[in-house]
Design a protein around this ligand. Structure first.
Ligand code: PFF
Length: 447
């Protein structure tokens, strides 16, 4: 192909990049990790990492992608020919592979809940019963693997169709709808009896609970929710015309993400305390709490179904980006190859992810370092691979890209002021690498 595909509209890119960012990370993962790490202090540290590391890194990936106008691996090759830097892209592909293998497990949980809600199996249950039904469902090996497969299947079908038609079109309507429904949910949650305890839990920092592990989790979570460190955003921004403002895109994605994280926290924790549930319940937290909150609303089940559809969509738009980065490298933009490789890679990820799906049931007793297979995959991605990928990207930009060219690239379409550019460059050059290394060494007890 002589002419690379481009996003058909400015908003198309923002929606797709935001679609990659906003997903299970903000909605499902944030509440449960915050719940396990004491709430408020975790939230605050997460926000700090998002602003100091996540946002600058997102912009770094954008500038690499739009400078090179190529896929996740060739972008590094183009900018730094004859070096090994393209391994950053390959690392991103590996990260994405593992990521989608467990992400799809949770995606499958949404699918199965949706089925249960539509068929009326969730009507008029107590909050304990919701937890029981859900626990029984996800520990069933056939069900959990089957729904995981369905989730991956949907991902494959869209990615096989190609960038524009597949990803962009679908993103346009669902995101705003998700925001609206979330606000409704929050209004209900914060007006429950004893909601204040949950709001305090989320917003009042208690630093006595902070350990080096908490800090690592908060850092990993900030990378996870913004999809940075994988070169997914390199890939997406490579399709972007030069007229689009990169800084503005990055800021709006970060703002949307923080907003969703806040909404998710405000929807979950008041309900956790109102119904006397356990904030540290782990990956099942959201799934145990949400139906109870919805059941407190008029037409609750209808709203719950609508929510699940939108939630599924948010998870899918993130999943698309994970498969897209791998497929775009291997198929080199050729439509015929894209189709074939979407299926091959997608199915390989499914097979690789089966043990993760089973770790809430028959493989639940298999643990390493006290973690199930699912937890291990999540830990490896969020707290090891994403920080390493991010660190490498933070090193790549100042080492291999010319500062003046970077400024020109970022200024295009945005009129970015020099002072802001210098601040960003300082964050990427010094703050990001130092902070990532310190946090990682600290957790290993080496600091
Ligand atoms: N940002 C996505 C979420 O929060 O659900 C997860 C993700 C997608 C992470 C793509 C990394 C990535 F490359």
């Amino acid at each position: 192909m002589s002419q690379r595909e481009q996003w058909s509209s400015k908003i198309g890119f923002i929606l797709a990049a935001a679609g990659s960012a906003i997903g299970l990370g903000a909605i499902w993962k944030f509440p449960y990790i915050a719940g396990q790490n004491g709430g408020g202090a975790f939230f605050l540290i997460f926000i700090l990492f998002t602003l100091l590391l996540g946002l600058p890194l997102l912009l770094a990936e954008f500038s690499i992608g739009r400078t090179a106008e190529s896929n996740a691996v060739d972008s590094y090759r183009k900018i730094a020919p004859g070096t090994r830097w393209h391994w950053v892209g390959i690392l991103g592909m590996v990260t994405s592979f593992i990521l989608l293998s467990f992400y799809s497990v949770i995606g499958g949980w949404i699918v199965v809940y949706l089925f249960k809600a539509i068929t009326g199996q969730l009507n008029n249950l107590s909050s304990d019963q919701y937890a029981e039904v859900f626990g029984a469902t996800i520990s069933n090996p056939v069900t959990s693997v089957f729904v995981q497969f369905l989730f991956i299947l949907m991902t494959i079908i869209v990615v096989a169709k190609g960038v524009q038609k597949g990803i962009e079109l679908a993103s346009k309507i669902m995101m705003p709808a998700l925001f609206i429904l979330f606000i409704l949910l929050v209004v209900r949650a914060v007006t429950l009896d004893n909601a204040m305890a949950g709001i305090t839990f989320l917003l009042q920092p208690d630093f006595s609970k902070v350990t080096s592990q908490t800090i690592l989790e908060a850092m990993g979570q900030s990378f996870f929710t913004l999809s940075v460190g994988v070169s997914v955003m390199v890939t997406y921004s490579s399709y972007l015309p030069k007229t689009q403002s990169l800084p503005r895109s990055a800021i709006s994605i970060v703002a949307m993400n923080i907003f969703i994280v806040l909404l998710a926290g405000l929807a979950i924790f008041p309900a956790v305390f109102a119904f006397d549930l356990e904030p540290g319940a782990g990956p099942v937290l959201l799934f145990n709490v949400l139906p109870t909150v919805f059941s407190q609303l008029p037409f609750g089940m209808l709203f719950f179904i609508a929510f699940l559809v939108l939630f599924l969509f948010a998870a899918l738009t993130s999943a698309f980006s994970m498969l897209e980065i791998i497929v775009s490298v291997i198929s080199k933009g050729e439509p015929e190859k894209r189709k074939k490789w979407s299926w091959i890679i997608g199915l390989a990820i499914f097979v690789f992810g089966i043990p993760s799906a089973l770790s809430f049931g028959i493989l639940g007793d298999i643990t390493l370092f006290d973690k199930t297979i699912f937890d291990l995959a999540d830990f490896a991605v969020s707290n090891v691979l994403l920080p390493i990928g991010s660190l490498l990207i933070a090193l790549f930009v100042p080492m291999k890209m010319k500062k003046t060219a970077l400024y020109e690239e970022l200024k295009q379409g945005s009129g970015l002021k020099r002072g802001l550019f210098e601040t960003w460059f300082f964050l990427i050059r010094f703050v990001a690498p130092l902070l990532i290394v310190i946090v990682m060494l600290d957790v290993l007890g080496l600091f």
